[in-house]
Design a protein around this ligand. Sequence first.
Ligand code: CP3
Length: 350
Amino acid sequence: MQEPLFLRALRREPVERPPVWLMRQAGRYMSEYRHTRANISFLELCRTPELCAEVMATAVERLGVDAAIIFADLLPLLIPMGFELDYVLGDGPKIYNPFREPSDLARTRELEDLSEMSCVFETVRLTRAAVAPLPVIGFAGAPFTLAGYLVEGGGSRLFLHAKRLMYTHPEAWQELLGRLARTVARYLRGQIEAGAQAVQVFDSWVGVLSPEDFRRYVLPSLQELRANLPSDVPMIYFGAGNPALFPAFAELNADCYGVDWRAPLAYADSVLGPHRALQGNLDPAVLLGSRETIRRETLRILDAFGSRPGFVFNLGHGVHKETPVENAQYLVELVKTWRADDAKLRAEKQ
Ligand code: CP3
């Protein structure tokens, strides 16, 4: 039997069309999800593998996408590391005992044994079974993005507490990121052992850094994470928000790079190299627009990159909760019916 389309594309093998999946493809924009969430808190949902698998399998089926990411979140991993986390309605995640001083290292546990996250491994197993033969993506937060939440105590625009720690106590900062990197590596290996066929590392906030600071304060921990993952399972690195970081991202040697919509794919291609797969990069806000706009913007990406060996169609960030499901379905249909020959015809007409 042939390997799933998504995995072949990640390995830059020949494919009949680019695979498609959407970041945050399961979530509040879908009525089935809102229905499930009406009876259970988000954290409780994340701890209930049967429901997690059902939520993602339902989304995958409604959209017709080519891969399922597990239903989980970046931040629950921080709980067994010693932090009190909750999701506050309308306010996002909150950490009630944030990391602020080097002395907080004493209460920050590097996890050797990921038994406290075993429900996520069960989610991987159940999701594999529920969506077969589609492949399952495991995921985790990158050390910087996790540290950002830990130090700020929640979301932030400028990450000033995190930067203050980084610039004032660089050794404690490196130690914190090292503990996060090793914990995340063990967590992702657990997901792979449970059946995840690819993993995505979300560095959602890394864009607040300059290239120099990224190299000095963040890249070593990402390289340690990378070195501790099996080389035969594709790793996707999604570093959002700042295309000026691409030359430094290239030094990470990820198998695939997620590209947000602010960066032209052609730029990502030229800097990250043809030997890496690329994933992206439609602005998720386009899904709030007219069908005409969705079609134009989707074909623009596909006509330019649909035939590139190693291309995965995705959004440039997660689906917004205001998105009409029909628009997401329409997008997936456009990708699945796209043909390289049509692209040539369109090019000739212009
Ligand atoms: O569909 C999927 O992609 C699967 C599951 C998934 C969730 N979060 C579910 C979720 C994934 C892959 C994530 C990743 C995640 N979580 C990221 C990286 C992606 C990104 O957007 O940059 C980040 C930064 C988080 C942290 C997080 N989780 C925040 C900031 C919030 C609150 C903001 C929001 O959108 O609600 C969450 C909550 C969250 N994670 C929800 C879901 C479905 C909404 C919770 C609810 O039901 O109220």
